[in-house]
Design a protein around this ligand. Sequence first.
Ligand SMILES: [Zn+2]
Length: 127
Amino acid sequence: MNLYCNDCASFRKNAICQKCGGKTFTPHESFTELKLPSIDRIRELAKEVGYAIGVHGTLERDLDLIAAPWSDDAIGNKGLMDHIAKGMNARIISIERKPLGRYAATIQIDGWFKPIDLSVCPILQPS
Ligand SMILES: [Zn+2]
């Protein structure tokens, strides 16, 4: 039997979610899980503007990505977020400041997809 945890947006085996401890339920037979956005396509888009992408997290609730500036011609963090959103037919839902100069954007593709959580590392000049 397939049970589902709404908080984790993931299928579970038991009545209590093993990850968050919340109650699971039996979804309607027509229910289909949110799709994971294409990591390969996001990597291509990031590379076009000078960034490399690392995957972070469990890929359950959302697609957690770390973007690191990778080449000397890397554009700014907002430019990267806009480039990925445009290339994925998505929109930026929110941007949040994170520790050590990172900024994280939640990006949602139009359609039945898990959100992309893109955390962008700052461009540092060698000292
Ligand atoms: Zn859960």
